[in-house]
Design a protein around this ligand. Sequence first.
Ligand SMILES: Nc1ncnc2c1ncn2[C@@H]1O[C@H](COP(=O)(O)OP(=O)(O)O)[C@@H](O)[C@H]1O
Ligand SMILES: [Mg+2]
Length: 365
Amino acid sequence: MKPTDNRTGTAVTVEHLCRRFGEQHALRDVSLALAPGRVLALLGPSGCGKTTLLKLLAGLDRPGSGRILFGDNVVASETTMVPPQHRRLGMVFQDYALWPHMSVQANVAFPLEMQRLSAAEVRRRTTDALVRVGLGAMAQRAPAQLSGGQQQRVALARAIVAQPALLLFDEPLSNLDRDLRESLCSDMAQLLRQLGTTAVYVTHDHEEACTIADEVAVMSRGGLLQQAAPATLWNAPASPEVARFLKLGALTPARRKAGGGIHLSGSDTVLPEELLAPASAAAPRAGEGQLLIPGSAATPGALDGAALRATVAAQHYRSGSFATDLALPGGALLRTVTRERLAPDSAVGLHIAPRQLHWFATAAA
Ligand SMILES: Nc1ncnc2c1ncn2[C@@H]1O[C@H](COP(=O)(O)OP(=O)(O)O)[C@@H](O)[C@H]1O
Ligand SMILES: [Mg+2]
């Protein structure tokens, strides 16, 4: 590979990547692009192909077809395979994979030992990495003398110490309990922004993905559904599948009438077009499709003046309020938050903020 600037991250381009295990299509025609210094989260349910994609980026596995480029250099294709040690990577996995017989200092220094640096330089860089992850005082301890969160910080220091061009993370927080997960996640997000290294971060957790990443790639069954900034995913999901995976709200089959109005299937309810988000309103009008009513756009209240009438299906107490599932006309369930306990099966009005609903037209057969 051509030498690159030692301090900055690499651009990553993935072109039509496929990987099969027997009959199992672990990746189907995945393409994505990541600019230098950006942090991308790969988000999707278990088994959707996240680790497979990460291993291909790492050079721990070969693609069936397609290419991966770091900058202008092809690192993987049907004919090229740059080994992991020549890809300038740092990696952090779910299990910390520290060497138990070596001190924290020695674990972190390890990637530098191959580089024929002076002992003073190794010490300087190791100390810097440990300070960055908040473990400046722990250098002489053994991994077993640290908590799980601290061990993962050591693994993070080891991943960044050699100034990699690309950092790869595979569910690094899933072995930690919730409080630790949250604090380490925001510390890592801050660190990644300071470093300016490009990073790909695998997770199945929405909040983690949004905290850590500039962009989120939503995956399902080996395919990439949408790559966008977190706010764009939430405000403009590309498909019903994305909306469903992100649990954005209720999806209900409906028909847009030629003269305007959205008729909810299996009911008498017709909603005005003004409730649609601008991008949905601009889409072709008449026809069948699915309407997304985001939970964040809907407020339960009086029947008078409500956009539609719903029925209380279930309620669960959540610290300070109730998670209330409402059955919409046609039967779809919408989760909302209410302050009061509502009687099961009682009718409530649903008030919907304008320009918040999304329309997904059914593709013509
Ligand atoms: N080495 C392998 N041999 C056979 N099947 C595999 C192998 N690695 C992954 N798979 C299959 O490929 C699919 C994607 O797996 P993976 O990338 O590990 O998913 P994720 O990390 O999103 O949970 C799964 O169905 C998994 O069983
Ligand atoms: Mg995985």
